[in-house]
Design a protein around this ligand. Sequence first.
Ligand code: DQA
Length: 139
Amino acid sequence: MKLVIINGPNLNLLGKREPEIYGGTTFEAYFGALKQRFPRVELEYFQSNIEGEIIDKIQEVGFDCDGIVLNAAAYTHTSVGIGDAIKAIEAPVVEVHISNTHKREEFRHVSYISPVAKGVILGFGLQGYDLAIISFMHL
Ligand code: DQA
């Protein structure tokens, strides 16, 4: 099984960005441990701060992987383009957020991803990515 994790803007700063909300671990460190926990899953990781690059990546992998785990970060709340890209591809997308966006500012309650996602996982910290991968497994 091949899954692609796509992270959006500012998630390259995990570990030093608002650690009281997002924790003190870098995504690179977390991703290394994640790969060890799921040795049978082929995992790819991509991060960009640029909306168009995220859309390009969704189009690139969306027809030849088994699923995408997407944290579109701030673009979640604004991007019709990312929502349309998800509609255009074949691979199912699970939306992940590290924080519980519904407990935060009102503008974070809106998602252009949720209506086109297979499912949504939020508020469980980085563990949400583990949960998203498990969701693709046939139990
Ligand atoms: C986030 C929540 C978004 O509202 C925010 O813009 C982020 C991170 C999360 O993982 O909790 O950058 O997607």
